[in-house]
Design a protein around this ligand. Structure first.
Ligand code: HEM
Length: 166
């Protein structure tokens, strides 16, 4: 049983920090009002951004599940840490995919009014819900990383930052 985390590889780390930057950008630059999509440039930028984030997270999921391996949480960690880590990671993926798909749904509903008000209301509700959930999960994710850095000192944070555990 290993007690110290093995580092994530270069590709996983690059995808992780690129996607973290893109999520941050999304929260800073996000739209306040659906009517802003009336500007074709804005609509194009939003759709491009959503496709990029969706593809990056899908790539990360396939890459870690098939080749690189996902969590670096040591086998020796308590069962509750394994459960909490899996729940938060699944929640992160689910909320990001929820934001991306509902965002594309909003763009579709805006461009094709025949889809109807119910479709748009459902997409806006899903989008708002997932946008509110993600920061809570990120707080739990970052708290978990700090827990491993300060309390466990098992190298889990360093597995994603590249520094050696102290
Ligand atoms: C200061 C900010 C962040 C820190 C310190 C951090 C730290 C980490 C660490 C240490 C891991 C590896 C955990 C393990 O091997 O079990 C990880 C994985 C992960 N992080 Fe972050 N992270 C941050 C921001 C983000 C952001 C903004 C997202 C985007 C939603 C994110 C999504 C993920 C996901 C989905 C995984 C799991 C990767 C996988 O196994 O598929 N992280 N993070």
């Amino acid at each position: 049983m290993n007690a110290i985390a093995k580092s994530h590889g270069f590709v996983t780390k690059s995808i992780h920090w690129m996607s973290a930057g893109l999520i941050g950008y999304g929260y800073v630059k996000g739209l306040d009002n659906v009517r802003q999509l009336g500007d074709p440039g804005v609509l194009q930028l939003e759709v491009g951004y959503a496709v990029l984030v969706g593809l990056l997270f899908a790539l990360r999921l396939v890459w870690t599940k098939t080749l690189a391996g996902s969590t670096r949480l040591p086998d020796a960690a308590p069962r509750w840490e394994h459960l909490a880590s899996r729940a938060v990671h699944m929640g992160l993926y689910a909320s990001v995919f929820g934001i991306v798909l509902s965002g594309l749904g909003i763009a579709l509903g805006y461009s094709i009014p025949a889809l109807g008000g119910l479709f748009m209301t459902a997409m806006l509700g899903l989008h708002e819900g997932a946008l509110s959930l993600l920061p809570l999960l990120l707080l739990a994710h970052i708290a978990g990383a700090l827990w491993h850095k300060v309390v466990r000192r098992d190298g889990v944070l360093e597995s994603m930052t590249g520094k050696l555990p102290i």
